[in-house]
Write a protein that binds this ligand. Structure first.
Ligand SMILES: C[S@@+](CC[C@H](N)C(=O)[O-])C[C@H]1O[C@@H](n2cnc3c(N)ncnc32)[C@H](O)[C@@H]1O
Length: 379
């Protein structure tokens, strides 16, 4: 069986968790890198990971490596590949470049040159050429350039895997699904205990938690993967993997509760839960967190509060963080408290002793997942 050199990207800081997840899904050795994990996989592994990975974002398959010391050498390197065997002339493609090099110029010009090389080669061999579609292409080419080392990949996922397909509308400060799932896996949350998110926004933590509890494939409602367009796409194999994933769903006991001060957000949560068919398993209510107290004495309370880069203003947020710290201290004793934020200054206003802080990135924003064990009378 053919083996492919693969690279699954993930939010920075979640590489170890992704590595563990890859071992669980395909039982293959893998190598942790910055921002992703490398492994050798079969077609079956590629389909399975695209369908099941909760933390992975783009599953890239290596096409070839090479060296280029200037832009003309880069053109030649790209041109020599049999692109006509990969991209049919009536299909579309996009190119994403990541450049960290003193000798190869930054993005736009280089991307254009790579595009020219691919298109020129196909035109020469086939007499016509595929077109570029930046939004929804059939084929996604990714090129990494580090100094004079060039690696060319095809992205088997297409749109990133955090686009699960369960959102009907986007909450403007929603956390991405891969990051949310990885955060859950970074906490001490036990699936049989309550998980509470009192600032749930569009409900990402709770929806991802439910999918984890029920062993639902991450891509259960996703309609499209780029590998569907590959010439060797094996529909029977894909259907088998999908069926196996569906057969393994188990509606175990779940105690999941979320609330948000904005009614519209609660509507979003319920719409997404309905899309996944799990609305009866998660309790969503409209409420200020100050009015929430659980009727349990252990569990996990996890929030991703507003943090100023996107919504809210700093002074208001300082008192929000302070009030939240006071509130969970007084109402959630016995719980494990977690706050995920991109504003490290605001964390200081929580006023609780942090047991651990995990460094994570949300896109380019430096974030922390802070852990507060909430014990009675120990502050
Ligand atoms: C960064 S967003 C959370 C996004 C969420 N993690 C998601 O993935 O959609 C912060 C949320 O806190 C909510 N919020 C702000 N103040 C609140 C309060 N006093 N009580 C409850 N929710 C509040 C906002 O309405 C917003 O939806």
């Amino acid at each position: 069986m053919n083996k492919y050199e693969c690279y699954l990207t993930c939010p920075r800081g979640l590489e170890n968790i992704l590595s563990q997840e890859i071992s669980e899904i395909i039982n293959k050795k893998n190598i942790i890198d910055n921002g992703g994990v490398k492994f050798n996989g079969t077609k079956e592994d590629i389909y399975k990971l695209n369908y099941h990975s909760r933390v992975g974002m783009n599953l890239l398959i290596k096409l070839f490596d090479g060296n280029a010391n200037n832009i003309d050498e880069l053109y030649q390197l790209i041109y020599q590949y049999k692109w006509e065997m990969l991209i049919p002339t009536n299909k579309t493609f996009s190119i994403r470049t990541k450049i960290n090099s003193k000798i190869i110029p930054k993005q736009n010009f280089t991307t254009l040159k790579i595009k020219d090389a691919i298109v020129d080669k196909i035109q020469k061999q086939m007499g016509s050429r595929p077109s570029i579609d930046k939004k929804s292409p059939h084929f996604y080419i990714t090129v990494y350039i580090k100094n004079n080392k060039i690696s060319i990949f095809i992205n088997s996922s297409g749109k990133p895997l955090f686009m699960r397909g369960y959102r009907t509308k986007i909450h403007k400060a929603a956390i991405n699904e891969s990051l949310a799932s990885g955060i859950l896996k970074s906490t001490n949350w036990l699936k049989e205990n309550i998980l509470y998110d009192p600032m749930c926004g569009s409900g990402t933590f709770l929806l991802e938690a439910a999918m984890q509890i029920f062993n639902m494939p991450a891509g259960i409602v996703r309609k499209q993967y780029a590998f569907f367009n590959f010439s060797d796409f094996d529909n029977n194999l894909w259907e088998l993997i999908r069926k196996e994933g569906m057969d393994n769903i188990n509606y175990n006991k779940a105690i999941l509760q979320g609330s948000d001060i904005i009614e519209k957000n609660i509507e979003l949560c319920i719409e997404s839960a309905k899309k996944l068919g799990i609305e009866k398993y998660i309790k969503f209510t409209r409420s200020d967190f100050r009015d929430i107290s659980p009727n349990k004495n252990k569990g996990t309370v996890l929030i991703n509060p507003p943090y100023g880069h996107r919504i809210g203003e700093i002074e208001k947020l300082q008192s929000l963080y302070k009030d939240y710290g006071d509130h969970i201290k007084n109402n959630f004793s016995g719980f494990d408290g977690y706050i995920f934020t991109g504003n490290l200054e605001l964390l200081k206003y929580v006023g609780l002793r942090t047991k651990r802080k995990i460094i994570l990135k949300n896109g380019k924003i430096d974030c922390r997942l802070a852990f507060y064990p909430l014990k009675k009378g120990k502050y």
